[in-house]
Design a protein around this ligand. Structure first.
Ligand SMILES: C[S@@+](CC[C@H](N)C(=O)[O-])C[C@H]1O[C@@H](n2cnc3c(N)ncnc32)[C@H](O)[C@@H]1O
Length: 405
């Protein structure tokens, strides 16, 4: 028998139960069966079925998948999707400093300007990931049918914006899943017109669109609200794919003080001149009834949002110090505030590091969203028994109209 076991004629109820376990536990059939056997072998009657050491060492993903990383920055998406079993086939980022970090972390220099990328040169992939910059659109609206030239197609509405390039790639490559991230005020930008055009564009391309604003504070000691947009190709998933955004877990209790360096270099303490300026600026604004200019962080709590402009004066997150002027976060502390582990080396100047972390996505949030996407993939595959995703297409004997796409 060697290491193989072949089981024929599995009774239907057992087969169904196995499928349910696969879906609920996000494990492959092999992983489920090995867990069951492992449990029986060890006789751990009281332990939950999938908490065995074997299950714990198995990769957390259910379906191996491929993805592309657009507006890649320093690869926040890539860290999370790779952890879920994804393989990156293409990356695109034009900033040379972000490229430097990306190359150091992933061993590849991303392609430059997305506007020069031909969709035909991008490999087929299962998931398109992009944290695209937010730009205004005309609010003319997008229609699926460009009938008699009256309605606007997405090309009219988004021409000249970077989202247009994303939409063109989606149209050409038809990835089964699209994951986008942006600042929360994408929803209110341009009086709601920007979001309206983005949503209509994705729907006009025949994708089912889900969106949710999620605060990363459940994962990292930072208040950071971002919009996450997940789209499923209707041709594959139908009109009602089983998908829900993750509920943020109960806060893990991580406090800002726990991510601070023990002995930060003196250089991060504000000079008397800058500290005086920030206080006077805040006082002027307070007198006018406006908010404070700087944010003194609560070390026992969580910080404000780290922005890409943090490098300018660090005023949005100042760390109080006994008997001294406050200081700004060090680049390493900024990385930790975003959930990037310490083994990610910082290979650029402080200025560039602050910009990169301030622009990035929190990988732990993408990981949580990605797990739910994996469930949807598992649901799709379970629905079409024996199906598998190959090059972004569902290959199965029973899929009907989509099988020959
Ligand atoms: C919000 S950041 C994305 C950060 C990324 N999600 C991460 O985790 O690091 C947007 C990125 O788009 C890049 N970008 C802007 N215009 C671009 C273009 N025309 N071609 C390629 N990249 C571009 C910027 O340099 C920036 O790094």
């Amino acid at each position: 028998m060697g290491q193989q076991i072949l089981i024929r004629d599995v009774p239907e109820p057992i087969r169904k139960w196995l499928d349910r376990q696969r879906y609920e536990q996000r494990l492959s059939l092999k992983e489920v069966l090995l867990s069951v056997l492992d449990k029986a072998y060890r006789g751990q009657e009281t332990a939950p079925l999938f908490s065995s050491t074997l299950a714990a060492t198995l990769p957390p993903h259910f379906t191996p998948f491929t993805f592309i990383d657009l507006f890649a920055g320093i690869g926040g998406f890539r860290i999370a999707l790779t952890k879920l079993g994804g393989r990156c086939l293409f990356s695109c980022e034009w900033d040379k400093y972000a490229q430097k970090t990306y190359a150091a972390w992933f061993g590849e220099v991303p392609t430059g300007d997305i506007r020069k990328v031909k969709p035909a040169d991008i490999p087929d992939h299962d998931v398109l990931a992009a944290g695209f910059p937010c730009q205004p659109f005309s609010i003319a609206g997008v229609s699926k049918k460009n009938s008699l030239g009256h309605a606007h197609g997405f090309k009219d509405a988004t021409q000249g914006t970077l989202f247009f390039n994303v939409a063109t790639i989606i149209e050409a490559k038809r990835p089964p899943v699209v994951v986008l991230e942006n600042v929360k005020n994408l929803l209110s930008h341009n009086r709601g017109g920007t979001w309206q055009v983005i949503k209509e564009t994705l729907e006009s391309l025949d994708y089912r669109v889900f969106h949710k604003v999620i605060d990363a504070a459940a994962w990292v000691p930072q208040h950071r609200e971002r919009i996450f947009i997940v789209c499923f190709d209707r041709h594959l998933f139908g009109d009602s794919p089983q998908f829900e955004f993750p509920e943020p877990p109960a806060r893990n209790g991580l406090k800002l003080k726990q991510i601070l360096e023990a002995s930060p270099p003196k250089a991060y303490t504000l000079t008397d001149h800058l500290w005086k300026y920030l206080q006077e600026y805040a006082e002027r604004h307070r007198a006018k009834g406006n908010g404070f200019g700087f944010g003194m962080a609560d070390l026992e709590g969580i910080s404000r949002t780290l922005s890409a402009r943090y490098y300018k004066d660090g005023s949005e997150i100042l760390i109080p110090q006994h008997g001294k002027n406050p200081r700004r976060l060090t680049p390493r502390e900024s990385a930790r505030l975003m959930g990037f582990p310490d083994d990610r080396q910082i290979v650029v100047s402080d200025t560039q590091a602050y910009r990169q972390f301030g622009n990035a996505v929190v990988p732990l949030v993408i990981e949580a969203v990605g797990r739910e996407i994996m469930r949807t993939l598992a649901w799709l595959l379970a629905k079409h028994k024996n199906g598998c995703l190959v090059k972004g297409r569902l290959v199965t004997g029973a899929i009907g109209r989509n099988g020959d796409r």
